[in-house]
Design a protein around this ligand. Sequence first.
Ligand code: 0R9
Length: 691
Amino acid sequence: MSEKSYNADDLKILEGLEAVRMRPGMYIGSTGVKGLHHVLWEIVDNAVDEAANGYADEITVKIWRDGSASVEDNGRGMPTDVNTKAKMSGVEVIFTKLHAGGKFDTENYAFSGGLHGVGASVTNALSEWLKVEVYRGTVYKMSFSSRYDVERKKWLCGVADGPIENTGERTGKKGTFVRFMPDKEVFETVEWNYDTVFKRLKELAFLNKGLKINLIDERELYREVEADDGFGDEPSKILQPLPPRDKVTFRYEGGLIDFVKYLNGDRAPLYAEPLSCSAVKDIQLKGAPKGKIKIEFALCHTKDDSESLFSFVNNISTVEGGYHETGFHNGLLKVINDYSKSNGILRAKEAPFIADDIKEGLTAVLTVKMTGVEFEGQTKTKLGNPEVKLPVEQAVVEGLTQLISVKSNKAVFDEIAKKAKFAADDRIKHRAERDVAKAASDNDGLNLIGKLAPCSGRNPEMNELFIVEGDSAGGTAKQARLRQYQSILPLRGKPLNVQKKTALQALQNEEIKTLVSAIGAGFNRSFDVEKSKYKKVIILSDADQDGMHIRCILLTFFFKYMRDLVNAGCVYIGMPPLYKVYKKEVVEYAYDDKELDEKIKKVGKGYQIQRYKGLGEMSADQLWDTTMNPATRNLIQVTIDDVAEAANMIEMLMGDKVDGRKEFLAENANFNKVDGFIDKVNFKPETEGGR
Ligand code: 0R9
């Protein structure tokens, strides 16, 4: 067929393709690298459809040296005879008719894919040329090209170079081959991205069980190397050829099961084999005749706690989720709740699980195939048909219930239910914690009466909280303080060692409750450093074994339940002096033995020494001068460089395993050395003030 012989209908079709060229973005989203690959996916999807309908089992995608790309399937081969209704061959229909049918409106293609179903004609319209070969006993050929018609002053898009031709060449192959050259005038780039193609083909192979997909990249690869030309000047860069990429083949006999295993990667699965089901259900979309929806899923839990659900509609990834995901979660929740109730994992009185409980550690792939899909959302990757929810939920309930009845699956469902129970308990525990912490934060007036001596200033940026060991030192500190900015919280005896306690137990402790109230920023997961009433929280304990222990207990508490306070650099250790060296009016303080020698020299002959056994021995003035006055005191800021190491250290020193602690203390018997542990958690001298 020469160009002149096109009839009126044909012209309309051609104009249709011109519309694609005029506004490519409308059909392929963009003319960038994404749009470029979109035109390849249109062809790939047609091949996948032929396979999904059971007529093909191998697809080969090839990127050629000239930058063109081709797709070949081993299906029935596109119809080559002229369709009486369309007055053209199937090949021509596919490549020249925009929106050919509701994809291809044929009985055989009940669930067709296609990115957004715009079809191969769009690829043709946006290509310099496109060639088709059909293998059906003999080789049929047809080609199309786009060019500017100077006479008619318009673009001719995807025009057939001639009618489909039976070359008469015999072939044992079956199938269809399509090769095209993306138009450089249309696309910002015509450079195929190997990784993009690789990932999508791998994904398609997972989604289509048993389908063999080959990828060949024939392009020449180069490496930039510096070449020394022997003249001793700047080395110049040259391109060194590399061997071409090897052909890769994707084929997964396990389909979605293999996909889930792949997604799990190195994470430890809760049970060896993923569960999988598939079903076909009726669906009635608004304003459409009764249709079918095919639902398939596979799932496996890991010992992790994050969820990853990958969902697809007609092989298109629905990153933003949608009604199919809701149906899936509903179904799973129902099954696990029923199972847990009837197997004693949830007692009659206990509340059923919520969706979050069954999502913990879940890796799943869900695919649905249907016609009449509506995509919504920011990136049009959210399934917007509400009618999908129920059939998916039913498919999940029926499929999993059937699996439960298989005896060998009992252990698997036990694991899943126990994991959900664990998650639910944890959730309930944390809610209780949040409530208690909130109560503690809210009624600060109540449980702080008689305990906290609050400062009068209301600016947290300026305020400091001193946690002081013992009532008597607390009393001195109250006298010594700068009332406007400094709050004093005396501790009676040793606070609870939270390392050995659960969060809830910790919160039942009066001392801890008071501390949480005083700081006023919540606790554990609900802790919000922004709400802290103090810029500095300063631990002030005696320079002896007991004081060190109290310091460790408090640090453990902050580390476990208010870590952001530590991270924000708000936790400090106050350093009271160990000695006072004096002679008449001359007074010097020494904070360790080395300093003592220096101070003795400084004060000179006739000096006297007082050794402080505790904060309580100091007068208010002395405590102010040495420990509380921002201009002269010595604070150490607590920071955590290596959280894991700090956690291990704290676990060893404060935890249940007495052995490790004994060993550590034996090796680091003297008190200063144990302070060395604190070095690991990293203590920095205060930057402002200090001596
Ligand atoms: C290389 C990429 N492959 C394809 O694009 C491709 C389309 C296609 C096809 C048929 C078989 N293989 C194919 N590969 C086909 C479909 C039907 C009957 N015979 C063969 C049918 O739908 O009834 N077609 C997809 C659509 C059409 N063919 C057509 F019928 F619209 F032309």
